[in-house]
Design a protein around this ligand. Structure first.
Ligand SMILES: *Cc1c(COP(=O)(O)O)cnc(C)c1O
Length: 480
């Protein structure tokens, strides 16, 4: 027994590398990350790869260790290089974020000391820090002091928490779900429909509210739809608005939607995952009027605050509703001390043991101050407006004038199928690799999207994008 114990202790102690080993590992990691950061502006936004190449990759686990040198070279070759480079300022597709460096330092520290941020009793400082960040986000959108929420891994989980909370607050159960109605537009992010399904609301009636020409929810039609549904004995209970849609960056008429929600005792959820942080800019605040009347809001620091992926937030006006859906008692948790000053994330979300993800947000904000974040947000808006003007001069059609930093545009050639032509533009830009754009389909037409939200995107990136697009148009029209 003692013999066996000794042997296992000797081996298990390998889990605690000494200072000299820690230094070697850290040096390698630092060398790699420094090399990455020093060359990030020269790197492609997209590297093409083949299926065979990825099929050949092995990430197998064995009994024996490998060297840090080998492991890092595999990370570079098999993970870092192929596909999209979201850290690139040339990432102008989907919704970029970027990954400001101090996010990594926050994660590093949180992971080294592994502070438990799930329950106040165990980590009062960590819980208070996370709650403070949530309260700060509540205050910027104009929620009252009583509001709180949860730091999540991203916007999709944030929305899931909000929808489940709305379900319980509105007393939707198996008895009335099939008569209950949810309203959203076709421009709603697909994570909303996912959340509806996962939270057991698949049998509810989903109404797609028509939009005005600028892709905003048409509230005149909405008002009638709700009235008709009520008149026919249905139970309208949830309205989902968007403050910055993924396709066009449009902000729904939030104030009107809030009014309709209030008159009909419905829960209003606003998806501000992409657009929310633009409210920090005084000049843009007005566009968000009414967001403070929402019952819940999704907002993504890993988008609008340029953090590395892994941080979204749900903000709930009535914290009791959030608690009602997510609190649970267990015998093995009996030592937990109830506190009413700082609610515990474990009582406000599905998670128990969780990453102390507040530190990855707090550290960048503390180290840099808010000013450069606001400047970067303003720069993204200006760059989008700059592109909007310039690309028209190049012969492209554009969609509505951008509310925020996402817009749509396309080239309509003579005597050619416009959809094929624009898809080929995406391919040509991808082949070039320096910048990355994505496309979408609206009423059957292919539109190209410009989404400017990386803190590394600057005027030179936009000018370059226009040049590549121009070249591809010339190549296609000349049939080269
Ligand atoms: C990105 C996005 C989401 C989903 O958030 P994730 O952080 O990707 O899970 C939801 N809604 C909108 C409008 C988004 O842009």
């Amino acid at each position: 027994m003692i013999q066996k114990l000794k042997k296992s202790e000797t081996l298990s102690r390998l889990l605690e590398p000494d200072e000299s080993i820690r230094k070697i590992w850290l040096d390698h990691v630092l060398n790699y990350s420094e090399e990455f950061l020093n060359t990030v502006n020269d790197r492609n936004a997209f590297n093409e790869y083949s299926e065979e190449q990825i099929n050949a990759i092995k990430f197998d686990i064995s009994e024996n260790p490998e060297t840090i040198t080998d492991i890092i070279s595999q990370i570079e070759k098999d993970i870092d290089i192929p596909g999209l480079n979201p850290a690139s300022g040339g990432h102008l597709g989907y919704i970029p974020g970027g990954g400001v460096y101090p996010t990594a330092l926050g994660d590093y520290l949180a992971d080294v000391f592994n502070k438990y941020a799930g329950i106040y009793y165990a980590g009062p400082g960590a819980v208070k820090l996370e709650n403070s960040l949530i309260r700060w986000m509540c205050s910027i959108i104009g929620f009252p002091k009583t509001a709180l929420g949860n730091l999540t891994s991203g916007g999709s989980i944030a929305t899931l928490i909000a929808i489940a909370t709305a379900r319980d607050a509105q007393n939707i159960t198996s008895k009335n779900v099939s008569k209950s109605v949810i309203y959203l537009t076709e421009q709603a992010h697909h994570s909303v429909e996912k959340a509806i399904r996962i939270s057991g609301l698949n049998e509810a009636i989903i109404r797609y509210v028509p939009m005005t020409e600028d892709f905003r929810m048409n509230t005149d039609v909405l008002r009638n739809m709700v009235k008709n549904d009520k008149d026919s004995g249905l139970n309208p209970f949830l309205l989902v608005a968007a403050a910055g849609t993924t396709d066009t960056g449009a902000i729904d008429p939030l104030d009107d939607i809030a009014e309709i929600a209030k008159q009909n005792n419905m829960w209003m959820h606003t998806d501000a995952a992409y657009g929310g942080f633009f409210i920090l800019l005084d000049a843009e605040k007005n566009k968000f009027k009414g967001i403070e009347k929402s019952d819940s809001v999704t907002i993504d620091p890993h988008k609008g605050l340029f953090l590395s992926y892994g941080l979204g937030a749900v903000l709930i006006k009535d914290v009791k509703a959030l608690n009602k859906t997510h609190q649970y008692q267990a015998n093995y948790m009996q030592d937990k001390v109830e506190t009413f000053t700082e609610p515990s994330p474990a009582d406000l979300s599905p998670e128990l043991t969780k990453h102390f993800r507040g530190l990855r947000m707090w550290l960048p904000l503390k180290l840099l101050g808010l000013k450069p974040f606001k400047a970067a947000l303003e720069e993204k808006l200006l760059l989008t407006r700059y592109f909007y003007e310039k690309i028209q001069k190049t012969g492209f059609e554009v969609g509505p004038f951008p509310d925020l930093s996402v817009m749509i545009y396309r080239y309509v050639p003579d005597n050619r199928d416009a959809n094929d032509f624009n898809l080929q533009l995406v391919e040509d830009v991808k082949k070039d690799g320096k910048v990355f754009i994505s496309s979408t389909r609206i009423n059957g037409d292919v539109w190209l999207r410009l989404a400017v939200l990386s803190f590394r995107t600057h005027k030179s990136t936009i000018d370059y994008t226009i040049t590549v697009l121009k070249k591809s148009v010339e190549k296609q029209t000349k049939g080269l």
